[in-house]
Unconditional design. Structure first.
Lengths: 573, 158
């Protein structure tokens, strides 16, 4: 460890700064413009570099790590193609507000703009998908830029920040000076909620007969689950969560309504429809939640707390906006809540009627293997204690419905961008961050192939990730839309003829693999996989091809348009 | 409705791009944008003219504020302010209309900045509305080329 005041080269400064930011892991891939950094890295023992097999994998791993731990994920890639390969992962972290710092090598300053070998204007390319980004033009600016990057990525609404480092900057030297404090005049997020607004919210809550808490990922990133639980239980208010908010409130508590929105529960969506007060915390009224905005929560007075003012009144006009940190909002609310509250039992009873009318179910009469069964069984066997990572598609929605999330930071999923290929690397990243809980991945056969190369990273590092491959030989969610809205024209979604043998694929990578084709063998495989900790294990679950996720609110539809079951039962398996 | 927004930004490469790219990425209308250094060389002032309903304008202001390089965002529309735009315009010149053109230049408080056998270049300064009118009035005489600076604006002093 070097100290301030010493003369260091850019690469040494880079690692000194990372040390001071308490970075444990770098997910990276070397290349020409980073040779000096990797030369220095050769001697670095206290920061672990994880070699990925594709730069996109590095970004999703960093995000998986960040979401599991709350700490920023760190990526290191070379210029040009190394940098452009990170674009999807950065966009994903931006949409889901995950803290991440991406370091890219760049061609030497004198060559920038000359179409040099492995040159790409990555700062230009990533401007709209980063919270902020930097090109370092002087080695004396490197330390403060890195300090700013971590500060921006983790302060206020978290997000990805990119730092582009030309090769000559990493080679040249200066006196190392690490700034302990940082002030960016254009970046002053509001943490403390306006007390008058919170008091107004408290009055509204006290008087509401049919209140509903609508909770997003902001509650998890603000570490506010404890305050939420106290408020909901103390005030007897039911809680519905977005995909990213699952786990903010225990899914096994009677007040938990599960997820709302397109594939949300019938009762959560009915409650949104009928509530007289909607309290949105750390959620952004995404189109997958609201459906048709004109008919969303039509009877409700709407309170919206968010750290990012741009989220307020963006999709839905709210009655009481409260900008600030979710933890601050909920804690302050608890302090100012009046003693007296409305009797909420009739409201909860009404919700229970909906719950009984249309529960989440799946057929278990035949001996066919269904995704819902697999997820349900994993939920039972892990007692809701796993860190669950998903890819994107039907299995993702079924995970939201059938895995009972008890704790925050238990679901890691690509919500905003919907990135197929996110799951496997994100699960590996999560496993680096979390050692005392099982890390479980549910992944479709389509998405698995999109970053399959990262199996090497999992095997090489002996990461005990449980890869539960939900294999229906179809791009299932696209197939579902084709069946429902596109005259059953299954255009290019049937992967049955072209999929590889996934057990053999896994084994070729050195990964243990099992296959399950019926509920009984699936149950045994899950038990075996959960007990295996000597590296990753893959289970190829051969599930039925044509199941669909219900309930479903068609895109842009109202909650009253919700489909509860298949329109044409003849298309069942 | 039309809004004129004044934005103080860090005088760094890419600041203008960040603002312009935000407008295009979010589908906001951008009628004009102009930028120049202020009394503090580390800070530039951007003047943005945009149109939209109140809800859209409120988003525009918040999205501008959200950019890390923006230091201060002010919607000048409903505040006392001065707004000016510069027009440079080259017109066809002939003996028959020469007199009329000169009269109109006086009416619009314009200046002749260059004159040739067959053309005349003038400058006019005023509000964007005045500049629009100027262009409409001169159009029948034959505009060879024109350039507008986009609006710049500032708060009226106390």
């Amino acid at each position: 460890m070097h100290s301030s005041g010493q003369t260091l080269n850019g690469s040494e400064i880079f690692f000194e700064c990372l040390r001071r930011e308490n970075v444990e892991y770098i997910f990276g891939y070397p290349g020409g413009s980073l040779l000096k950094v990797y030369e220095t890295l050769h001697e670095v023992k206290d920061i672990h570099h994880i070699l990925v097999r594709h730069e996109q994998g590095a970004t999703h791993m960093a995000e998986g790590y960040a979401r599991a731990t709350g700490k920023p994920g760190v990526v290191l890639v070379t210029s040009g193609p190394g940098a452009t390969n990170t674009v999807t992962g950065i966009a994903n972290a931006y949409m889901d507000s995950s803290p991440m710092v991406v370091f890219t090598g760049q061609v030497p300053s004198s060559l920038i703009g000359n179409d040099a070998f492995q040159e790409a204007d990555i700062v230009g390319i990533t401007r709209p998908i980063t919270k902020h980004n930097f090109l370092v033009k002087d080695v004396r600016e490197l330390a403060i830029t890195i300090r700013k990057a971590f500060f921006l990525a983790t302060t206020g609404r978290p997000g990805p920040v990119l730092v582009d480092m030309p090769k000559d900057i990493l080679n040249s030297s200066c006196v190392f000076d690490f700034p302990e404090t940082i002030d960016i005049r254009g970046f002053k997020p509001t943490f403390k909620c306006h007390i008058n607004q919170v008091e107004r919210a408290a009055q509204k809550i006290a008087k509401a007969k049919r209140p509903l808490l609508y909770i997003g990922g902001g509650v998890i990133s603000a570490e506010a689950a404890e305050e939420l639980r106290t408020l909901a239980i103390q005030q007897n208010i039911p809680v519905t969560m977005t995909l990213q908010g699952l786990g903010a409130f225990p899914g096994n508590h009677p007040l938990s309504m599960g997820m709302l929105g397109m594939h949300g529960t019938y009762w959560a969506n009915q409650a949104v429809n009928k509530c007289d007060l909607l309290i949105a915390v750390g959620a952004r009224f995404d189109d997958r939640v609201t459906g048709k905005v004109d008919t969303f929560a039509p009877q409700a007075y709407k309170i919206h707390n968010d750290i990012d003012p741009t989220n307020v009144d963006k999709n839905i006009k709210v009655d009481l906006p409260i900008v600030g940190d979710a933890k601050n909002f909920l804690a302050t609310l608890l302090e100012v809540m009046p003693e007296k509250k409305e009797n909420r039992e009739p409201w909860l009873a009404e919700i229970n009627v909906w719950r009984e009318q249309c529960p989440l179910t799946y057929s278990s009469e035949d001996d066919l293997l269904r995704t819902e069964f697999v997820i349900d069984e994993v939920s039972r066997q892990t007692i809701g204690n796993a860190v669950v990572v998903t890819d994107v598609g039907q299995h993702q929605m079924w995970t939201s419905q059938f895995y009972t999330f008890i704790n925050p930071r238990s679901i890691i999923t690509s919500g905003g961008l919907g990135t197929m290929g996110f799951g496997l690397p994100a699960a590996i990243g999560a496993a680096f961050g979390i050692k005392d809980r099982p890390v479980v991945l549910f992944c479709g056969d389509g998405g698995f192939m999109m970053n399959v190369q990262e199996l090497v990273t999992a095997v090489h590092n002996k990461m005990p990730v449980k890869i539960f491959l939900i294999n229906n030989s179809f791009l299932g969610m696209v197939r579902q839309w084709q069946e429902l809205f596109h005259q059953e024209k299954y255009s290019f979604t049937d992967l049955g003829d072209s999929n590889p043998d996934f057990v053999k694929v896994a084994e070729a990578f050195g990964c243990k693999a099992l296959k399950a084709e019926n509920p009984e063998s699936a149950r045994q495989a899950i038990t075996e996989a959960l007990a295996y900790n000597d590296g990753p294990i893959l289970v190829d679950f051969r599930v039925v091809k044509k199941d669909m996720v219900f309930p479903m609110v068609p895109a842009g539809g109202s909650i009253s348009d919700m489909l509860l079951a298949r329109l044409n039962p003849k298309t069942m398996v | 409705m039309k809004h004129i927004i004044s934005v103080l930004v860090e005088n760094k490469f890419g600041s203008l791009n960040r603002v312009a790219a935000m407008f295009s990425a979010r589908g906001f209308n951008l009628e004009s944008i102009s930028i120049g250094e202020t009394e503090d060389t580390e800070i530039s002032r951007m003047t943005i003219v945009t149109r939209g309903e109140d809800q859209i304008i409120s988003q525009v202001l918040k999205q501008l504020n959200r950019l890390v390089d923006t230091i201060k965002v002010t919607d000048l529309t409903r505040q006392p302010h001065v707004e000016r735009e510069l027009l440079l315009m080259t017109l066809k010149l002939s003996k028959t209309v020469q007199h009329e053109i000169f009269e109109l230049i006086t009416v619009f408080k314009g200046k002749v900045v260059d004159i040739k056998q067959k053309s005349i270049t003038i400058e006019v300064i005023g509000s964007p509305d005045k500049i629009n009118t100027t262009i409409d009035i001169f159009r029948p005489y034959g505009i060879k080329e024109l350039a507008r600076s986009g609006a710049v604006a500032i708060h009226r002093g106390e």
